[in-house]
Design a protein around this ligand. Structure first.
Ligand SMILES: Cc1cc2nc3c(=O)[nH]c(=O)nc-3n(C[C@H](O)[C@H](O)[C@H](O)COP(=O)(O)OP(=O)(O)OC[C@H]3O[C@@H](n4cnc5c(N)ncnc54)[C@H](O)[C@@H]3O)c2cc1C
Ligand code: FES
Length: 516
């Protein structure tokens, strides 16, 4: 049998198997009760909840709906997030673990209810979710997690059985969890949002938010006037809460494969390293199995091929993959204390809201965000809002991680300026690298036709030096995760301005595009 190989080009299973969208761009001035910035699962779920509660909303998406992390996820809808309850109990007590578990369980039920209420066909199906180990040394962690989850009345059991094609040593099993098609769910919500004074705008990047009564959102094309603003751009691009310093970005890689043998129906993640996350999803021509792992800090890896090769080996040798049909990558932000930031962006303001730091568990957390923010905007109590508050006072749980991540950013900020760089002449077709050009550093890419694309390597967020991402043909910032195309255009914030266009000193300058 021929060895299946990883596709040359990235392609998302979720985007390929759902409709394309063509919502208009924002033009002129529009007034609504709430502006929701970002059209991923968070923005759309929040917007649909607010509209359902009687508010007018406008979703503003820089690209097309769910082409960000939501379009490149593994998409398990669960309250079992690896091993989390034992740690939460240690840091936040049983009360914290209970809030986390209850909120995420409620999120699964809310998705089920809204699918019925609005007739959203997103392949929603109840399946168990497992965190498993093959190692004797990790059994005690599994046992501790089962106990911690049971103490807060979650649907946890200890098991040594699974429907994986290889034996496991032990697992935490949560029943009543779900698999669904995250993009079909989101497009269903977008249909709910649009109309009756509410809007969905695509290809409209928000550039700034002025807090006031009303708030004003400037976009590339027009202006939004809104009583409240929810920033749901994965990491807030308008950062009143320094979320970029309280989280760190990690990219993770996914393969979509087809198997020779029986397909596992349950959803799985390993308890230890290396992380392997597994789930299947029905497609028109049989089940596709998604396998993710090999995560690393954004902009801090160069060995993409090896990472995909390791996933491929796992798919082939452990699961019996016959073909590898998809490969894609995405990133999420990790909060210092394991708890996402959801609610009022800063103390004392009831105008700006956000939801970020989902640490690769944003399917249920997007819905938790919608429930919390809806209650806050309605002036109602919410049982989980204090626990998830972006302004919470629980520094001890996060102090060491906070210091470590910000030391890493400082090392990248200063160290990358001093690195020895290759010369432009050494750059082969299809290759990108940061090259030295006099006193400046250029991000240079030579395309397959030999044409050279050069921009300043200085990130427009806070000035770190970007690095080359050969898997996605992008420039990624190692500090807070901004990503740019080869001609400098913003793909991913927190940066909102393009990398400055800049020619090597031997060539004439091509003009500027507005560095901060
Ligand atoms: C590989 C991988 C696997 C994962 N697997 C799971 C899983 O199994 N289960 C789970 O629960 N979670 C999982 N996650 C996490 C989950 O996918 C994310 O937490 C979730 O998709 C985040 O959704 P979001 O809407 O907040 O962000 P996004 O989907 O990134 O949406 C943000 C949107 O904002 C837009 N935007 C950005 N800046 C602007 C601007 N200035 N103006 C207008 N729009 C803007 C972007 O274009 C984007 O569309 C995974 C994550 C990764 C990376
Ligand atoms: S993302 Fe902050 S400096 Fe680049």
């Amino acid at each position: 049998m021929a060895t299946p190989s990883v596709p040359e080009e990235p392609q998302s299973f979720w985007i390929e198997t759902s409709d394309t969208t063509a919502y208009p761009s924002l033009r002129g001035q529009v007034s609504v009760d709430v502006a929701v910035l970002g059209g991923g699962i968070t923005g759309l779920t929040v917007a649909a909840h607010l509209k359902r509660a009687g508010m007018t909303v406008a979703v503003v998406e820089a690209n097309r709906l769910c082409h960000g992390t939501t379009g490149h996820t593994t998409g398990k809808l669960s309250s079992l997030h690896g091993l989390v309850y034992d740690t939460l109990t240690s840091s936040f007590g049983e009360e914290g673990a209970r809030a986390y578990g209850e909120a995420n369980e409620a999120a699964i039920e809310r998705v089920a209810a809204l699918c019925s209420e609005y007739g959203i066909d997103c392949d929603f199906e109840r399946v168990p979710n497992y965190t498993y180990t093959e190692s004797e040394q990790e059994v005690s962690q599994i046992e501790a997690e089962v106990q911690a989850a049971k103490r807060v009345e979650l649907p946890a059991t200890y098991t040594e059985e699974s429907d994986l094609p290889y034996p496991i040593r032990a697992a935490v099993r949560f029943d009543g969890q779900a698999r669904f098609h995250p993009r079909k769910w989101c497009l269903g919500l977008a249909r709910v949002v649009e109309g009756g004074g509410s809007h969905v705008f695509e290809e409209t990047r928000a550039l700034s938010v002025e807090e006031g009564r009303p708030c004003r959102v400037q976009t590339e094309r027009g202006e939004l006037e809104a009583g409240r603003v929810v920033v749901a751009t994965l990491l807030p691009f308008t950062d009143r809460g320094f979320f970029f310093a309280r989280t760190h970005p990690e990219r993770e890689h996914v393969l979509g494969v087809r198997l020779d043998g029986p397909v596992p129906h349950g959803m799985y993640i390993t308890a230890g390293s290396p992380t392997r996350s597994i789930r299947s999803h029905p497609a028109s021509d049989g089940e596709v199995v998604l396998i993710s792992g090999e995560s690393h800090k954004t902009g801090q890896a160069a060995d993409y091929q090896e990472r995909y090769a390791r996933l491929e080996r796992f798919a082939r040798e452990r699961l019996g993959a016959r073909s590898i049909d998809y490969r894609f990558s995405a990133q999420d932000f990790y909060p210092a204390d394991q708890v996402p930031y959801i609610g009022r962006m800063r103390r004392g303001s009831d105008r700006l809201y956000t939801a970020t730091g989902f640490k690769a568990w944003g399917m249920s957390h997007a819905v938790v965000a919608a429930m919390i923010i809806e209650d806050q905007l309605q002036g109602r109590e919410n049982p989980w809002s204090e626990f998830y508050s972006p302004n919470r006072l629980k520094p001890m749980a996060s102090a060491s991680s906070f210091i470590k991540e910000n030391a890493n950013v400082a090392r990248r900020f200063f160290g990358d300026r001093l690195m020895k760089r290759q010369s432009l002449a050494e750059l082969a077709s299809g290759e990108g690298a940061v090259v030295a050009d006099g006193s400046q550093q250029l991000a240079a890419y030579r395309d397959e036709q030999g044409e050279l694309h050069t921009v300043s390597a200085r990130c427009t967020h806070l000035g770190c030096i970007v690095s080359w991402n050969a898997a996605d043909t992008t420039w990624d910032c190692p500090c807070h995760g901004s990503r740019f195309g080869v001609d400098g255009e913003v793909i991913h914030g927190p940066a909102v301005k393009a990398l400055k266009r800049s020619s090597p000193s031997s060539l004439p300058s091509e003009g500027e595009s507005g560095e901060a």
